[in-house]
Design a binder for this molecule. Structure first.
Ligand SMILES: [Zn+2]
Length: 665
């Protein structure tokens, strides 16, 4: 047996290599995206773009006072995407749109397709908008403030459908375009944004211009440039399609660098306006100012991106301050302004559906680490500038050596996101704007700390991940390209097992789908660690049933069982994962990757999710077993229950002498 505790480390490693057989080595040597060799230590990028200007004139979004559909066009509206891939194959896609908002339903529809097609998890795609107030009305949310009739709504929903499909194609095109690239970043400055809260121009601002340069592999040709600015796109309020100053800035850069795609994102500019405004030449001027600032960065020294990409995405519950009573809403519906009537009507619908108003909102927070030096945070909603100022300070933004970028208006725009200061001051961003977003009241105090704490937690974890070497310890036991070394488990009722984009996808079975170890050499029995990334793509039951050996005995680590959240080992002393001492509960989000680690020593079994310990089981005096359902997964296998799952980076490594000797408590 290769996995004895007595062998020195080197020999144990060698033994592990040998035990996994020649097929594994052949596969691993050529295995992007899970490539492991230094020879492939290059970054890749893919770029795509598509026009999203509505084909027919329709209602515009941004101002409730407009009384008719658009009737002209300054320039086209675009959706653009850049896919980034690090040398380990980890991929992240940035999406920029000339739109007022990022409808949550749009994100859900697009992600469902993207996860199916490309296996990208929720954390790996960032949806942003320029918040142009000269773009089309989108489905729900902000559109309730518009004076639209049913045929207008129909047109909006039909446009939305086309838009969803275009974004799926856009992201796919960016992923298909992935090829070696030189990626670097820098920071510029631009000064037209002004704090719009009273007294105007006095409050805080963020004049940074973050710039991500995507060059050809030799760095000579500019393929794309992503840039941001923390300011409302509200120079214009007329009836012509336009990307406002951000549209002009993108056109300026694309004019200066033919063949380049320029992509804009909005920073925390919720309380920032381009002042003065309302003349088209001003929109063009601000666009040029911003474009020049970006160009300066492009022509200066940018910092090369190297290392890994790490991505995290979490929802947190933000509470509303108070929930209006039904009677009060009925009264508003009778006597209120058009805006208040729409607001009351939508909240009354909630009473109908849920019998109450929902007391919290599921708020999205995303953090990316692009190599060791660039942290890129994306927050939902119209985020006021205080967040950017605070996060840059607390996460250590120091310009080109370490940059912290904060994108607002990302992944869902459900309301203004006030800081504690703005919340206390009240006014439009702190309070009154909630009406236009169909939210019951202003936010409850305490949201700033919640948001900042979560961003910090995700960023710290990402930085740790991004600092890992390309070559992770252990042997890949799934090559990302084929089922070599595995066989489909014949549970009866199993669905397809497919290998796509470096991932093993176990489709929803009736009830189980899985793969079983199929190599001449047996899997390890003691003193080893298994690690993998697992994602529930669809379904509500366990997406990771990992059957492994503890000496001669089989055992299973179950994640997300019994309706979606139960974790534990099946079975201990005859009790399964839902009813023994390892039983725990964790809420799993579909479409999100979880890093799973399982360690087996002679004295105990330990498991972690995303670096947090979820269970420890001492072995002495306990009877280890499995449930009959997974009998065919022996001696080592993966399974799901009525659920589609994706798995990647499945590795096994022997423990070091130190790890073996000092089991964690
Ligand atoms: Zn706004």
């Amino acid at each position: 047996m290769p996995f004895t505790a007595r062998l020195p480390i080197v020999l144990t490693t060698l033994a592990l290599l040998l035990s996994l057989g020649p097929a594994l080595h052949a596969a691993e040597a050529v295995a992007p995206p899970a490539a492991d060799t230094a020879a492939t230590a290059t970054w890749q990028a893919g770029v795509a773009r598509t026009v999203i200007t509505p084909e027919k004139y329709m209602w515009m979004s941004g101002y409730g006072g407009r009384s008719k559909p658009a009737e002209g066009k300054v320039h086209d509206l675009w959706a653009k995407a850049v896919a980034l891939r690090d040398p380990t194959g980890k991929t992240a896609v940035f999406v920029s749109t000339d739109l007022i908002t990022v409808p949550i339903k749009m994100v859900a529809a697009v992600m469902e397709e993207i996860t199916r097609k490309h296996g990208l998890g929720r954390s790996e795609v960032m949806f942003t908008c320029s918040h142009t107030h000269c773009g089309p009305a989108l489905d729900e949310m902000l559109s309730y403030m518009l004076d639209m009739k049913e045929p207008d709504w129909k047109q909006v929903r039909s446009y939305q459908k086309t838009l969803d499909a275009k974004l799926v194609d856009l992201i796919s095109a960016a992923v298909k375009d992935l090829r070696p690239a030189a990626v670097s970043f820098g920071n510029g400055r631009c000064h037209f944004a002004a704090n719009r809260r009273a007294p105007k121009g006095i409050g805080p601002y963020d004049h940074d211009v973050p710039v991500l340069r995507i060059g050809s592999a030799d760095g000579q040709t500019l393929r794309a440039v992503i840039f941001g600015y923390a300011c409302h796109n509200t120079v214009m309020s007329y009836y012509k399609w336009s990307g406002d100053y951000a549209g002009f800035a993108q056109l300026y850069l694309e004019g200066r660098h033919p063949g380049t795609t320029a992509l804009f994102f909005t920073g925390c500019g919720a309380d920032q306006n381009p002042l003065p405004r309302r003349r088209e030449e001003l929109a063009a001027k601000y666009g040029r100012m911003l474009g020049v600032a970006v160009d300066q960065v492009l022509h200066g020294n940018t910092t090369k991106v190297s290392g890994r990409i790490a991505t995290r995405f979490e929802h947190i519950e933000l509470a509303f301050d108070n929930l209006p009573k039904k009677e009060a809403l009925l009264e508003v519906q009778k006597t209120g302004s058009r805006y208040n009537q729409a607001w009351a009507g939508n909240l009354l619908k909630q009473y109908e559906v849920y019998g109450r108003l929902l007391p919290t909102y599921r708020y999205p927070i995303q953090s990316w680490q692009i190599g060791s030096k660039l942290t890129w945070v994306a927050l939902g909603g119209e985020v006021v500038v205080d967040y950017a100022v605070r996060l840059k300070k607390e996460l250590g933004h120091s310009g080109d050596d370490r940059s912290v970028w904060v994108t607002g208006y990302a992944n869902d725009v459900m309301a203004y996101i006030a800081s504690e200061r703005v919340l206390k001051e009240g006014g439009y961003e702190g309070d009154r704007s909630m009406i236009y977003y169909q939210q019951p009241s202003k936010w409850r105090a305490g949201l700033e700390k919640k948001i900042v704490d979560t961003v910090t937690e995700l960023t710290v974890d990402n930085r740790r991940q991004a600092a890992l070497p390309y070559k992770l310890p252990g042997q890949l036991v799934f090559d990302g390209k084929s089922l070599a070394g595995w066989k489909k488990t014949r549970f009866g009722g199993e669905a397809e097992v497919v290998v796509r984009n470096g991932q093993l996808i176990l489709e929803t079975g009736a009830d189980m789908t899985g793969v079983t170890w199929n190599r001449a050499q047996p899997p390890p029995d003691f003193d080893y660690e298994v690690s993998l990334d697992a994602m529930r793509v669809e379904g509500h039951d366990f997406f990771c049933g990992l059957t492994f050996r503890i000496g001669k005995d089989p055992c299973s680590l179950i994640l997300g069982g019994w309706g979606g959240g139960v974790c534990g080992l099946s079975s201990i002393d005859g009790f399964d994962a839902s009813e023994n001492e390892t039983t725990g509960y964790k809420e799993f989000q579909n479409g999100r990757w979880y890093r799973v680690r399982l360690r087996v020593t002679r004295s105990q079994v330990t498991a972690w999710i995303d670096g947090k310990e979820i269970l420890v089981q001492k072995l002495k005096g306990h009877k280890i077993g499995i449930r009959g359902e997974v009998d065919l997964s022996k001696p080592f296998g993966l399974s799901t229950w009525q659920t589609t799952a994706a798995v990647r980076n499945l590795r096994i490594r022997p423990l070091t002498a130190k790890e073996k000797a000092a089991p964690r408590k």
